[in-house]
Design a binder for this molecule. Structure first.
Ligand code: NAD
Length: 526
């Protein structure tokens, strides 16, 4: 028994590779004592890490990017082993975005967190006003299994770059993907205790974390149902919480679209990572004028896709529960009259959770597949007669994470993008807004609260402190007690000078105030 297992009372859980059914790891199921110990250590380290210079943080983050690149295959294999995705998918979507974010915040955190000077009202002469960014303290990060490295690393790197310490609870299925993040950052020089990973189930270890009084902020990525509960826990203790939740993202293909590009993008956006992407294309709305040729192109591309574990194949699904949801939704659609043009049934007799790319037509609004998040390799394709109808279908549901528009007419694309109720839109593309580290990412409606990535996303991990400075030798302001006699007339005159649109009234007020203003000006410039 390892020390950690002993401390967790000896309880452990196993992680099984979903593509092979073989056990690939066993970890302690941490309980209260362990979570208390980890949070206490994060608190102890918080003061030291908050004092670290931006130069030191830059060195660590950029070194971590290099370690990730130099040993990329090993890290990608860990992610692939726990999720059932291919190594190629892990490199593209788990390693690239993390490398980019490490370098981006390494280079820019200092610039983004410099004090910002602001102007001040005329009534407060002689003041300097600015705001500063200070670390919040200890940030709890909870991540899901679909991109276990990226979605653990994104908030963790942001929190660390802003000077916070982090307690990370990865999905139990992808525990090792969280642990390698800690390994890489510590190898790059991060002090021990600045990032700690707790291992265990959501309902036990995760619940202990979100209820812990030692946290200053929570960052949650996962389902809307659990996110809502996590947000309530944060609200009870009045700590800020960022929520990155579910999605049901639509792509709109207009009659102006480059149909070849739109078809390739739709297939990739729907089936990459076996469709287990929060921003995947879950619904394709196509102008009826180009519906038939578009459908033919999509089918031709999708029919060549194979399930498997090699580059270019569609990996297995990660969770048996999620596969069951996909099967239920496809069965429901079939029962209600949908046509399954390809896929539609689980593949192979082996232990792997393989489910083929599935394309549905003749879908109607009452089918589950049109209203609920599928989070699997299923693409319903629906024709529309006018763009307002397409927008109504795209915006109808409770989610608002991401969207895509395909058109050669950029004006049309921007017009549609402005009308999609989502946190991001890709024009003539899909998924990519997430991997541009300078773009703030997040959802609207039930897809989330708050943003990360970019300048705004880094500042979200800080307390913003407003500071004013007054450096003159002046005993008292005119508005300190005691007020001067007829102070109200002077105050009203100042108000007129500042804001009245009546020139005569402003002039009269100015004359009234002039002697006092000259006296003050002379005094300040002594
Ligand atoms: P989930 O909500 O089941 O679990 C997410 C995390 O929360 C896991 O680490 C889990 O262990 C933990 N958890 C579960 N119950 C908990 C509890 N009671 N207290 C504390 N923690 C708890 O989600 P999932 O199945 O891992 O991920 C799939 C979902 O995540 C999908 O809905 C998907 O759309 C969403 N997602 C969103 C984004 C985004 O950026 N918006 C990204 C990826 C995935």
């Amino acid at each position: 028994m390892t020390n950690e297992e002993a401390r967790s009372g000896g309880e452990t859980f196993a992680v099984v590779n979903p593509a092979t059914g073989r056990e690939v790891g066993r970890y302690p199921l941490m309980g209260r004592a362990e979570v208390d110990r980890v949070v206490a250590r994060a608190r102890e380290t918080a003061a030291e890490w908050a004092q670290s210079s931006f130069a030191e943080r830059k060195k660590i983050l950029c070194r971590a990017a290099a370690i990730l690149a130099d040993d990329g295959r090993r890290y990608a294999e860990v992610v692939a082993e726990e999720t059932g995705k291919t190594v190629m998918d892990a490199v593209l979507a788990d390693l690239f975005p993390v490398g980019d974010l490490l370098s981006y915040y390494g280079k820019n955190a200092k610039k983004f967190l410099q004090p910002v000077k602001v102007g001040r009202p005329a009534l407060l002469p002689g003041r300097k006003a600015y705001y500063t960014f200070e670390p919040k303290g200890v940030v709890g990060v909870i991540s899901p299994w679909n991109y276990p490295f990226t979605l653990s690393a994104g908030p963790t790197i942001s929190a660390l770059a802003a000077g916070n310490t982090v307690v990370l609870k990865p999905s139990s299925q992808t525990t090792r993907s969280g642990l390698i993040l800690q390994e890489i950052l510590e190898q790059a020089g991060l002090p021990r205790g600045a990032l700690q990973v707790i291992t265990g189930s959501g309902s036990r270890t995760g619940q202990l974390l979100i209820e812990h009084p030692g946290l200053d902020m929570l960052f949650f990525t996962g389902s809307t149902a659990v996110g809502r509960m996590v947000n309530v826990k944060a609200a009870e203790r009045l700590i800020p919480a960022v929520m990155e939740l579910g999605g049901k993202d639509a792509a709109i293909v207009t009659r102006q679209a480059d149909l070849d590009r739109a078809a390739h993008a739709a297939v990739w956006g729907a089936f990459f990572n076996c469709g287990q992407t929060c921003i995947s294309i879950e619904l394709c709305l196509v102008d009826r004028a180009v519906y038939e040729p578009f459908l033919a192109k999509v089918l031709a591309i999708a029919k060549d896709l194979r399930s498997g574990s090699r580059a270019g194949e569609i990996g297995s699904m990660t969770m048996a529960d999620q596969l069951a949801i996909v099967e239920t939704q496809v069965a429901d659609a079939r029962e209600k009259g949908a046509q399954v043009l390809t896929g539609g049934a689980r593949e192979g007799g082996g232990p792997g959770l393989f489910y083929p790319p599935t394309i549905l037509t003749e879908v109607t609004p009452e089918m589950k597949v049109m209203t609920e998040e599928t989070f699997g390799p299923v693409l319903p394709i629906v024709p529309y007669d006018n763009i307002l109808e397409a927008l109504e279908l795209a915006n109808r549901g409770p989610y608002g994470l991401s969207g895509a528009v395909f058109t050669r007419d950029l004006e049309e694309g921007r017009w549609i993008a402005r009308r999609m109720h989502t946190g991001s839109v890709n024009i003539n593309d899909c998924l990519v807004a997430y991997v541009i580290p300078a773009l703030p990412f997040g959802g609207v409606k039930q897809s989330g609260v708050g943003r990360y990535h970019g300048r705004l996303g880094l500042q979200a991990f800080c307390n913003i402190k407003a500071i004013t400075e007054f450096a003159y030798d002046l005993t008292k302001e005119p508005y300190y007690y005691p007020f001067p006699p007829e102070g109200d007339a002077a105050a009203l005159a100042v108000l007129s000078v500042l804001h009245s649109h009546n020139p005569l009234r402003r002039f009269t007020a100015l004359v009234k105030l002039l002697p006092g203003a000259i006296k003050f000006w002379r005094y300040r410039n002594k």
